[in-house]
Design a protein around this ligand. Sequence first.
Ligand code: GDP
Ligand code: MG
Length: 191
Amino acid sequence: MATNEHTFKLVIVGDAAVGKTSLITQFATRKFHKEYLQTIGCQLNVAELNVGDVLIRLVIWDLAGQPRFQSVRTLYFVGSDAAIVVYDVSRRSTFENVDGWLMALKRAVPDKIPMVLVANKVDLASQRVVTAKEGEQACLGHEFDAYLETSARTGENVGELFDTVTRLLIQDRLTELRERLTPFLYTSFAS
Ligand code: GDP
Ligand code: MG
């Protein structure tokens, strides 16, 4: 039984057809609760993970199609606790657009949140045009917290992706708590 629950908003972004929905679907072979937000054309996928005796609830936001209006994008991003930015290793334009997705994200979420860069469709080895080295460099250059190569088709690294995001969220929450409470450690709070 979970004695403690934490809910996190996770957004997944990237160009059309890079595999965002497929990555979620691969992860969702376990029990998943879905809800559709008609107003902004967004699918919410709720995954519940047990970490020790804590229930971690990931609410994964997935936009259907590309948002035409800035206001929709802002609604989509605002309040995010973590972000996954996906590109397709077989289409260079999707890698070049990672920058634009990051800028849109940072405009809506000025605080530093965990961000993971994902090179998807690595099963398409013969069509691959964006190398692992380029992905790793982009990860470092843009201050992503992690870089992963995935295939939503074969399932390669998909579990690892969501494990990584969950780990980063836990660490982020611990850091936040430490920063908030450290000043009080040397005062009397028990009396
Ligand atoms: P989204 O627009 O980013 O949500 O992309 P989708 O998840 O709808 O995927 C777009 C297309 O790419 C679909 O035809 C998927 O089957 C295909 N696709 C997604 N991920 C992979 C992958 O890892 N490998 C391959 N070969 N195809 C993929
Ligand atoms: Mg999609």
